[in-house]
Write a protein that binds this ligand. Structure first.
Ligand code: DGT
Ligand code: CA
Ligand code: CA
Ligand code: ZN
Length: 586
């Protein structure tokens, strides 16, 4: 784990501990805020401290949301590997309480109560006591909340991981198409983290406005993938479903057409974005909720009867708040309320695939089939980038085989009209930063994608040097999946991203956003940092088969989350511009 992630976890745990102990709200918030900040930070705190430990506190406090106390704890952690305050807090709290807090829907308030009133300190104890009369007698505890806790425990025991976007989105699209085709349905959308394009999802959220709620509800709870119906209420239904062995939950909310925009906005979130919007409304003497934007600050239940100033569409509400429309992917409270965003990249902007495999290494398509698939997607350019010799499992090409492959690609390019086929390679970046072919061979290729495949548990400093060597190599065009992470499975490299971005700009080397949903590498907050430096990005699917070309949308969603405009992505460039840039490295 990188220092930033370790620190984020530490501050998160500190916040929870403080709350369990009933400490001051400000301290809790300061810790929560910095934990969030650290998850998005591209600069390595350890680097900042090591640069000059004497002035580190001062420099750290320049980060937004980092006060002196927090900065001192960061320095303490880098120096000693621990923070005394955190250790002391952990002493005072049974470890099992943190496991209880990990159960979705159980917040510190409820956990504190169970602990203080009933002495519950582990998930097992919670399960054992759930049906006891004392538990039911707890303040604000009812039969229904107990049932919810039981279900939440069962669910969290089954599924520890969030669902990858690439597993959930195809199902959601199918469900959405069905919902939209039901009689009497006026509007239907998916909301939540899926609409924001996050790389993993906690659950799916659907929203429907319709004339016949009963039919829609019935349809929803009887989908073939549904394994359990959790709730089937007037306005909200919830089901569990299972796709390819992955269990997850989906919620359906039925709302009024007249307030559809307000509901869509609310349930798209993020929660943090919603909070910002509500603050903005309050500043101008209004209030915003899931039913609309209303005059006056005073909240009334359901705003029954009151006429909203805006509610029908999201656009209307943003406008009434004095804002332009904010794309769902940007709604994460990362400054999206402040500026006018550039036009964000769209799927239709992509005109080239620059990282794809054929049967020559571990792909499933022939050269001709791969070219045809790229043509079917309307691309003007396809780079054939099979694996290099060290990737033995992936049937990487020895130099003589690569020479013959180059000849075959050039011949195919002559023969096949309507697309430029480039002879390339996905060259391993060896653990010490050297490339897997000699320079004279690399120079014969039209395009070189250099990627790390092994040694992915390397020390961050070594990983940084390794990637820097590849970035500086004059024959390399693109660094493929730079960290090598696999979502929910492998952490990958944690290089010093600031150094990587600086070198990428200096040497005019492109960094890849690998669109395979298991990778999404670089990830959204890395991209944000890269774009701020002016790094060029390539969105590629790393296709090993024809359906893999459809992964591009996951790359585009991730890019939009980073605020990427089409021009920053070389796959959107016209053929002449792209080819001229590729030649500039030859
Ligand atoms: P997920 O499911 O963990 O991937 O993330 P979301 O963002 O889909 O969260 P979810 O499903 O719990 O709720 C969907 C949206 O509904 C969320 O993004 C914002 C809104 N929402 C839910 N609960 C609250 C809340 O307590 N306060 C506010 N302001 N918004 C909420
Ligand atoms: Ca959700
Ligand atoms: Ca939900
Ligand atoms: Zn590849």
């Amino acid at each position: 784990m990188s220092t930033n992630r370790e620190l984020a976890h530490l501050f998160q745990q500190t916040a929870a501990a403080l709350e369990l102990l009933g400490e001051n709200r400000f301290k809790v918030n300061a810790n929560t805020r910095v934990a969030r900040l650290l998850k998005d930070l591209t600069r390595d705190v350890e680097e900042i401290v090591r640069q000059d430990p004497e002035t580190a506190v001062k420099r750290l406090t320049q980060l937004d949301g980092v006060g002196k106390g927090i900065a001192e704890r960061m320095v303490e952690f880098v120096r000693t590997g621990a923070v005394a305050e955190h250790e002391e807090l952990l002493e005072r709290i049974p470890r099992g309480l943190f496991d209880i807090l990990d159960i979705p829907g159980l917040g510190p308030k409820a956990v504190k109560l169970m602990w203080e009133e009933l002495g519950i300190t582990s998930v097992q104890e919670l399960k054992d006591r759930l049906d006891s009369p004392e538990f039911l007698a707890l303040p604000r505890m009812g039969k229904k909340s107990i049932e919810n806790i039981r279900k939440a425990i069962e669910f969290s025991e089954k599924s520890q991981d969030r669902i990858p976007l690439g597993i959930a989105r195809p199902v959601a699209l199918e469900w959405l198409a069905e919902l939209r085709s039901l009689p009497g349905v006026q509007k239907a959308d998916y909301a939540g983290s899926l609409r924001r394009g996050r790389e993993t999802l906690g659950d799916l959220d659907f929203l429907v406005a319709c004339e016949d709620p009963a039919t829609v509800r019935e349809h929803f709870v009887t989908r073939p993938a549904v394994t359990q119906v959790l709730a089937k209420g007037e306005t909200k239904s919830s089901v569990r479903l299972e796709i390819a062995g992955v269990p997850f939950q989906a919620d359906l909310r039925i709302v009024d057409l007249s307030a559809y925009g307000a509901a869509l906005m609310y349930f798209t979130g993020s929660k943090e974005h919603n909070v910002r919007l509500r603050e903005l409304a309050i500043k101008s003497g209004r209030r915003l909720n899931e039913y609309g934007l209303f005059e006056g600050k005073e909240e009334r239940p359901q705003d029954g009867g009151a006429e909203p100033l805006a509610a029908r569409t999201e656009e209307e509400i943003y406008q009434a708040l004095g804002l332009g429309f904010i794309a769902p992917e940007l709604r994460e409270d990362r400054g999206e309320l402040e500026g006018i965003p550039p036009r964000l990249i769209e799927l239709a902007d992509l005109k080239a695939e620059l990282h794809a495999h054929t049967r020559a290494s571990d792909g499933r398509l022939s050269l001709e089939e791969l070219a045809q698939t790229a043509k079917d997607h309307g691309f003007h350019t396809l780079a054939v980038t099979d694996h290099s010799q060290s990737s033995v499992i992936a049937n990487g090409l020895k130099p003589d085989r690569l020479r013959r492959h180059i000849a075959a690609i050039r011949e195919a390019d002559e023969r096949i009209d309507g697309i430029k086929i480039l002879a390339g390679s996905e060259v391993d970046i060896l653990t010490d930063g050297r490339l897997d072919y000699e320079d004279d061979l690399l120079a014969q290729l039209d395009i070189v994608v250099a990627s790390p495949h092994v040694g992915l548990r390397q020390d961050p400093a070594v990983a940084t040097q390794r990637l820097l060597a590849a970035i500086r190599h004059p024959l390399v065009h693109i660094i493929g999946h730079p960290t090598g992470r696999i979502i929910n499975k492998r952490e990958g490299l944690s290089p010093d991203m600031e150094a990587i971005f600086g070198a990428a700009v200096e040497h005019d080397t492109v960094l890849e956003l690998n669109a395979n949903w298991q990778r999404l590498d670089l990830r959204d907050h890395h991209l944000r940092g890269a774009l701020a430096h002016g790094v060029k990005i390539s969105i590629d699917t790393d296709a090993h088969d024809a359906p893999h070309f459809d992964f591009a949308i996951y790359g585009v969603l991730t890019a939009r989350r980073a605020g990427m405009s089409p021009d920053s992505c070389i796959n959107t460039w016209p053929a002449e511009r792209l080819h001229a840039w590729l030649r500039s490295k030859r």
